[in-house]
Design a protein around this ligand. Structure first.
Ligand code: NAI
Length: 246
């Protein structure tokens, strides 16, 4: 399962799951572009990619903006020679109960998580179609499958990603482009750091494996879905959740 000769673009690769995934794919031989609104973090990730002996590229951009998405993908193709793999990982939360959730909270989360995935996928597919090959992995969430009080916006965005994934998988299955999603459960990253220790303890109690996941648990699933080992898999949602949802 060697990724030598492949170029990958990871959105939101400055930290957390995106960073670990970028480094894993680089360690498997891919050259990796990292896009983020946090350029300092993206540059740090790229330094580590280069430390692994691969080419890296940091591109500043907001995935919710279609022009930024076009530019991020075009720069990846220009500087690294193509785009074989896209990982739509950039995501945000703005958790509130429905009656407290503002239109701004709703729009911000839908725009980054769902529209951002649409924007980057559309930009990348244009190049992948020409080469009749490509791998797209969208980072969804267990919350998009089972819902979660206080996360109506986030859960809707992640459920939307699942529908988007399956639709695009159908559209491009005959063009050599596989489109899949990974649905992580609760993963220890800066996004979940804010959870109180008591909340984490309660969570562990609900997870059959009795632990939160690691970014590498998610990275490994992404790696499988971008490798040749999964060439007959498309439109799939791979749960990486310790068994909390089956
Ligand atoms: P994180 O907050 O640590 O990292 C997200 C990255 O996305 C950051 O570097 C951030 O700057 C970047 N980003 C945010 N808005 C952006 C935008 N508009 N354009 C470009 N980049 C942007 O989050 P984490 O935990 O690593 O999450 C990564 C993905 O995994 C997200 O899609 C998240 O929803 C998903 N996920 C995370 C889970 C968890 O428990 N941590 C569980 C399930 C899914």
């Amino acid at each position: 399962m060697n990724l030598k000769g492949n170029v990958a673009l990871i959105t939101g690769g400055a930290q957390g799951i995106g960073k670990v995934t970028a480094l894993l794919l680089a360690s498997k031989g891919a050259d990796v572009a990292v896009s983020d609104i946090n350029m300092e973090g993206a540059l740090d990730t790229v330094k580590e990619i280069e430390g692994l002996g691969r080419k890296g590229l940091a591109v500043e951009g907001d995935v919710s903006n279609p022009a930024d998405a076009e530019r991020i993908v075009a720069k990846t193709v220009e500087e690294l020679g193509g785009i074989d793999i896209l990982v739509n990982n950039a995501g945000i939360t703005r958790d509130k109960l429905l009656l407290r959730m503002t239109e701004g909270d709703w729009d911000a989360v839908l725009n980054v998580n769902l529209k951002g995935t649409f924007n980057c996928t559309k930009a990348a597919v244009k190049y992948m179609i020409k080469r009749k090959s490509g791998r797209i992995v969208n980072i969804a969430s267990v919350v998009g499958e089972m819902g979660n009080a206080g996360q109506a916006n986030y859960a809707a965005s992640k459920a939307g990603i699942i529908g988007l994934t399956k639709s695009i998988a159908r559209e491009y299955a005959q063009r050599g482009i596989n489109v899949n999603a990974v649905a992580p459960g609760y993963i220890e990253t800066p996004m979940t750091e804010a959870l109180a220790e008591k909340a984490k303890e309660e969570l562990r109690g609900q997870i059959p494996m009795a632990r939160l996941g690691t970014p590498m648990d998610v990275g490994n699933a992404v790696y499988f879905l971008v490798s040749d080992a999964s060439s007959y898999i498309t439109g799939h949602v791979l749960n990486v959740n310790g068994g909390i949802y089956m």
